[in-house]
Design a binder for this molecule. Structure first.
Ligand code: RTP
Ligand code: MG
Length: 155
């Protein structure tokens, strides 16, 4: 109907380096489509340290931060804007809990159960609120910050 698009919400999803290198991208995308999301934007990028420090700035004081920077710069990532009604909450639910071991135990059909490994290597990211989604989408697809991210053309 003519009003359908007004209910749609956008969220930022990332297939992290372990997901990409483990060849889970096709299965993840299939699941995304099955669950009714559309992929509005996508690009493959190689993040550098500065990109990750800014993207995950909320975690800068955490003990795991330097490991997170190493992990997220270890290979290319696939960044996507997903669109549907309740996209933010629904994508978080589809990813499953942060700890992939917990995901395997309690959310066996989640994406992190499928391709994650532990508390850190959990193969996907999702925005956690409307405010985060807006910030993260413009981080990767806004006119100002996009050129700070090097496009990875070969994969
Ligand atoms: P994300 O932001 O990537 O979607 O993950 P999340 O909301 O489920 O989890 P968050 O608390 O925001 O943590 C961000 C990412 O940091 C890594 N992490 N490592 N070793 C650890 O204790 C630890 N805790 C978090 C994970 O890669 C997590 O997704
Ligand atoms: Mg988070």
């Amino acid at each position: 109907s003519s009003c359908a698009s007004s209910n749609k919400e956008r969220t930022l999803a990332i297939v992290k380096p372990d997901g990409l290198l483990g060849n889970y991208t096709d299965d993840i995308k299939k699941t995304i489509i099955e669950y009714g999301f559309s992929i509005a934007e996508e690009k493959l990028v190689q993040l550098d340290e500065d990109n990750v420090r800014r993207f995950y700035a909320e975690h800068s004081s955490k003990s795991f931060f330097s490991n997170l920077v190493t992990y997220m710069t270890s290979g290319p990532v696939l960044v996507m804007v997903l669109e549907k009604e309740s996209a933010i909450a629904d994508w978080r639910a589809l990813m499953g809990p942060t700890d992939a071991n917990k995901a395997k135990a309690t959310h066996p059909h989640s994406i992190r159960a499928m391709c994650g490994r532990d508390m850190e290597k959990n193969c996907v990211h999702g925005s956690d609120s409307p405010k985060s989604a807006q910030r993260e989408i413009s981080f990767f697809f806004g006119e100002v910050s996009t050129d700070k991210v090097t496009e990875h053309d070969e994969l």
